[in-house]
Design a protein around this ligand. Structure first.
Ligand SMILES: NC(=O)c1ccc[n+]([C@@H]2O[C@H](COP(=O)([O-])OP(=O)(O)OC[C@H]3O[C@@H](n4cnc5c(N)ncnc54)[C@H](OP(=O)(O)O)[C@@H]3O)[C@@H](O)[C@H]2O)c1
Length: 180
């Protein structure tokens, strides 16, 4: 079965965005324009053919003013509202999201990238649907902002598969879901 993989950057205190959705902390002042594959990003993209994201993350991606970055993949944006097609290669999904993602996992294909953000990560963690996490820890403490798993307050356990030091300042941790 294809895996749902949460691949994301995290602050040392567990935030994926700072106050007011700030993402400037993601830029390393020592290495402001890294080779995109330095952190294995392009290799990771080859392993997935589907992305999942919350509507807020989608809006923030669009606000960056670049062409939609995941053209060529099947992209699902979760929202409780109806949205007309906007010209980007996305489908808006509402209703029972865990059931939707559970069915998606049964279909043939490559793995599925859970892009975020916190609300959607928490919802899918709660439903036991995250199979793997690839977390890149950025050496910044943000104090407040958007938590990795939103307001998730349950318990979930993963096993460490791999650690890697990236560009001397970040650490990438790969965790696999425990079966029990
Ligand atoms: N560090 C990173 O690598 C990284 C990665 C991804 C995101 N982020 C950041 O994370 C932040 C966004 O995270 P977030 O937690 O605020 O929002 P989010 O999870 O991206 O999206 C929340 C939205 O998802 C929809 N949603 C939530 N539950 C739903 C349900 N049960 N059914 C249908 N739709 C549902 C709602 O959209 P509607 O309001 O339209 O109904 C809700 O407002 C942004 O700042 C983004 O930049 C950072």
């Amino acid at each position: 079965m294809r895996k749902v993989i949460l691949y994301t950057a995290v602050s040392l205190d567990g935030f994926i965005a700072g106050p007011d959705d700030d993402l400037n902390w993601l830029t390393d002042p020592e290495n402001p324009n890294p080779d995109p594959n330095e952190y294995g990003y392009l290799d990771f993209l080859e392993t997935i053919d589907t992305t999942l994201m919350g509507y807020k993350t989608y809006r923030i991606i669009l606000a960056m003013g670049e062409p939609f970055p995941y053209t060529g993949k099947e992209n699902f944006v979760f929202s409780r509202e109806d949205h007309p097609a906007d010209g980007n290669p996305v489908r808006f999904i509402s209703g029972d999201l865990p059931a939707f993602v559970g069915q998606l996992k049964q279909q043939p294909g490559r793995d599925i990238w859970l892009v975020g953000g916190g609300q959607i990560n928490g919802l899918l963690l709660e439903a036991g649907l995250i199979d793997q996490m690839i977390l890149t820890y950025v050496p910044a403490v943000l104090g407040s902002g958007i938590r990795l798993f939103g307001d998730f307050s349950g318990y979930s356990r993963f096993s460490l598969q791999k650690t890697e030091l990236l560009s001397g300042s970040m650490v990438q941790l790969i965790y696999q879901k425990n079966e029990t």
